[in-house]
Design a protein around this ligand. Structure first.
Ligand SMILES: Cc1cc2nc3c(=O)[nH]c(=O)nc-3n(C[C@H](O)[C@H](O)[C@H](O)COP(=O)(O)O)c2cc1C
Length: 174
């Protein structure tokens, strides 16, 4: 059976809530879930596929504004690692009304870091149904992963998660 690591940051808010909901759809024997801060990066090769969750905090320069973002630490620690042959599905929290020019920008940051290390992004998600002007996390009508908006469209989140997990089941297998 393929092994999946579901890693998220930050704990205690909307990202963790979504992570727990996603985790609930998988067989607990095949998925390990933890914050990215708790994950020991020397274990990367124990896993075939990953689900990464993050929020966009900071409109201009995501990296600088939130220095305590543990995703930054993870990508520094894994700078020399190869993600080749592994699949990555990402989900991002954001607010499309307050930050319409930077909605879920962090999906773009995650995608770039994963691809730099040779990982394959799966689980792209249509931008239909969201209203924003710009996003580093999308191109040509698709987000690089699941976009969630607990601030403005929380009533849609559970259905979006359910459909995205169905999509992942297919894309993780191929
Ligand atoms: C200081 C601050 C900056 C934010 N900047 C952005 C942003 O640039 N783009 C965006 O889509 N959402 C932005 N958001 C919204 C958060 O991503 C959103 O509320 C998310 O659900 C928070 O997740 P959490 O509860 O796990 O921290 C920002 C929120 C805060 C508090």
């Amino acid at each position: 059976m393929k092994k999946t690591a579901l890693l998220y940051w930050a704990p205690g808010g909307n990202v963790e809530k979504a992570a727990r909901e996603i985790y609930g759809y998988f067989d607990p024997g095949s998925v390990e879930m933890s914050t990215v801060a708790e994950f020991d990066t020397s274990r990367l090769n124990e896993f075939d596929q990953f689900i990464f969750g993050c929020a966009t905090i900071g409109a201009e320069v995501w990296l600088d504004v939130r220095a305590d973002n543990k995703w930054n630490e993870f990508f520094v620690k894994t700078e020399k690692s190869s993600f080749a042959g592994k699949k990555f599905a990402i989900f991002g929290l954001g607010d499309q009304v307050k930050y319409p020019e930077h909605y879920v920008d962090s999906l773009g940051y995650m995608k770039e870091e994963i691809e730099k290390r040779g990982g394959l992004i799966v689980g792209k998600w249509p931008t239909e149904g969201y209203t924003f002007y710009d996003s580093e996390g999308a191109s040509e009508g698709m987000f690089y992963g699941l976009a969630l908006d607990e601030d403005q469209q929380s009533e849609l989140s559970s259905e979006r998660i359910k459909k995205w997990v169905l999509l992942l089941r297919k894309e993780f297998l191929v």
